[in-house]
Design a protein around this ligand. Structure first.
Ligand code: UD1
Length: 420
C-alpha cells in the first residue's frame, strides 16, 4: 500500500484542468445497459471508481474499454442480470445498475452495497421508487431481487429523512425511461450529475423533462439507442483545488469549470473574503492571508455539498475565528476531525456539528485517510502545514481524483508517494 507524503508550505501557482465528474460518469456508464447499441462516453476520468464500474459492465456482458478519456461500450454476451457482491461492495454507486437492468431485462439481482465509513447509507428510497413502477422486490442473502412483466409509469415521491437521494433518483429515472406511460419523480435530486445523466438518456431517445429540478417527468419509450456524450467537469475536484490555492496562499487558474455548479461554495468563499475571478469556463483563485471564518451547513444541491465539507474544514482550521460546520446529509461524516486535530487543529465534534477554532499553522504529522473526501481534506491540511505530512490509505484518493499528485506537482506542491 502506498502513502502520500507532502512537504507543506509551497504556494501553489500555475494552471490546472479539471477532469470529468466521477459522480456523473458512474451512472452514465450504468445507463449504457439500457441499449444493445454502441455508446461512446468522452471526458471520462481514469479513476479507481470508473474502473470498478467498467468491471461491473463487463461482468454484465458489455465490452467496455477506457482509452485516453474515452469509453467505448458495446454489447457482448447480453442477458446477465446479476451484479455480484464482490463487485458492488467496492463502490456504492454500482447499485445504480439495478434500474437499467430491470428496465431492459425485466429482472435484476444486485448485491446490497452495505454501509460505509461515512454513515449507514440505506437504499430504501431506491427500492420504494422501483416498487412504485410495478417491480416485485425481495431481499435474499444480501441481494435485491427485482422482477417485472413490464414496468409502469407512476408518481414517485423520493424525499427521505435527509432530503433527496442522488443515486435513488438516477436508479428510478433509468428504470422509468423504458416503462409504459408517464413517471413523475417528486423531490428528485437536483445535482448537476443527475441532470447530466438525464441528458445522456435523452440522447439515447428517452423523453425526460424537469431534470435539474425537484420534479422530473419521464414519458416511457419502447426502445433506446446508442449515443455519444461528454461528461461535465467535476465540481468537487474544482472545489478542492480552489481550496488548495486558498490554504497555500497560492495563485492558480482552474480550467474546465462550470462555476454555475459551484454557487454555494463560491458564495461562502466570497463571504470569507476570498478573491476568485470568473473567466470563460475558468476560475482564478488568489490566496488571501486575511480570510475570515464562516459557518457552513451541508444540504442537497444547490446547497453546500457534503462532498466539500471535509475540505472546507481544512481551510477553516487555518482561518482566524470560529466556524461551525453542520453536516445534514451524513451526520457521522467527521472521521477527518481527529486526524486534523493530530496536525494541531482545534476542532470539537458535537453531534452533527464541528466547531472549528482557526489556528495560525498546522504541523505535519502521519495521518490516515478514512474515505475519499477525508483524504482530500488531509491533502489540503498537508499542503498548508509546516513540515512533513504522510497520509496512509491513499487509495481512497484514487477513487475520485484523477492524476491528483501530478496536478499538484505541476502547481509547485512538494508531493510524492512512498511504500508503507
Ligand atoms: C451521492 C454521491 C456522493 C454524495 C452523496 C450526497 C454518487 C456516486 N455519490 O451518493 O458522492 O456524497 O450523493 O450528495 O453520486 N438515503 C436514504 N435512503 C436511500 C438513499 C439515501 O435515507 O435510499 C440518505 C443517505 O443515507 C444520505 C442522504 O439520503 O443521508 C443522501 O444520500 P444520497 O444522495 O442517496 O447519496 P448517494 O446517491 O449514495
Amino acid at each position: 500500500m502506498d502513502k502520500l507524503v507532502i512537504e507543506g508550505g509551497a504556494r501553489l501557482k500555475g494552471e490546472v484542468t479539471i477532469s470529468g465528474a466521477k459522480n456523473a460518469v458512474l451512472p452514465i456508464l450504468a445507463a449504457s445497459l439500457l441499449t444493445d447499441e454502441p455508446c461512446v462516453i468522452k471526458g471520462v476520468p481514469n479513476l479507481r471508481d470508473t474502473n470498478s464500474m467498467l468491471k461491473i459492465l463487463r461482468a454484465l456482458g458489455k465490452v467496455a474499454e477506457l482509452d485516453k478519456g474515452r469509453v467505448s461500450i458495446c454489447a457482448g454476451k447480453t442477458g446477465n442480470y446479476i451484479a455480484e457482491y464482490k463487485l458492488v461492495s467496492t463502490m456504492r454507486a454500482s447499485f445504480c445498475v439495478l434500474g437499467p437492468l430491470l428496465g431492459k431485462l425485466k429482472k435484476a439481482k444486485v448485491s446490497l452495497p452495505g454501509g460505509c465509513v461515512i454513515g449507514v447509507r440505506p437504499v430504501d428510497l431506491h427500492l420504494k421508487g422501483i416498487k412504485a413502477l410495478g417491480a416485485d422486490i425481495s431481499i435474499d442473502s444480501g441481494y435485491v431481487i427485482a422482477k417485472t412483466n413490464k414496468l409502469k409509469g407512476a408518481y414517485v415521491y423520493l424525499g427521505g429523512v435527509y432530503g433527496s437521494s442522488v443515486l435513488a433518483t438516477d436508479n428510478v429515472m433509468m428504470a422509468a425511461v423504458l416503462a409504459n406511460g408517464k413517471t413523475v419523480i417528486e423531490s428528485a435530486a437536483c445535482e448537476p450529475e443527475v441532470a447530466d445523466l438525464a441528458e445522456f438518456l435523452i440522447k439515447m431517445g428517452a423523453k425526460i423533462k424537469g431534470h435539474g429540478t425537484p420534479v422530473i417527468e419521464i414519458e416511457g419509450v419502447k426502445h433506446l439507442h446508442g449515443a455519444t456524450h461528454s461528461i461535465i467537469p467535476d465540481r468537487i475536484e474544482a472545489g478542492t483545488l480552489i481550496l488548495a490555492s486558498l490554504v497555500t496562499g497560492g495563485d492558480i487558474l482552474i480550467k474546465n469549470v462550470q462555476y454555475q455548479h459551484l454557487g454555494s461554495l463560491l458564495d461562502k468563499l466570497h463571504e470569507a473574503g476570498a478573491q476568485i475571478e470568473r473567466g470563460d469556463g475558468s476560475l482564478r483563485v488568489k490566496g488571501n492571508k486575511r480570510l475570515k471564518s464562516v459557518n457552513i451547513t451541508t444540504l442537497p444541491y444547490p446547497g453546500f455539498p457534503t462532498d466539500m465539507q471535509a475540505q472546507m474544514m481544512s481551510l477553516m482550521s487555518v482561518t482566524p475565528g470560529i466556524s461551525v460546520i453542520t453536516e445534514k446529509i451524513y451526520p457521522d461524516r467527521f472521521m477527518h476531525v481527529s486526524e486534523l486535530n493530530r496536525m494541531g487543529a482545534h476542532i470539537q465534534r458535537e453531534g452533527p456539528h464541528a466547531i472549528v477554532e482557526g489556528v495560525k499553522i498546522l504541523s505535519g504529522a502521519p495521518v490516515m485517510a478514512s474515505d475519499l473526501r477525508a483524504s482530500a481534506c488531509l491533502v489540503l491540511a498537508g499542503l498548508a502545514a509546516r513540515g512533513k505530512t504522510s497520509i496512509s490509505r491513499i487509495y481512497h484518493l484514487e477513487r475520485g481524483y484523477e492524476n491528483i499528485e501530478e496536478k499538484l506537482i505541476n502547481l509547485g506542491a512538494k508531493v510524492w508517494r512512498e511504500k508503507e
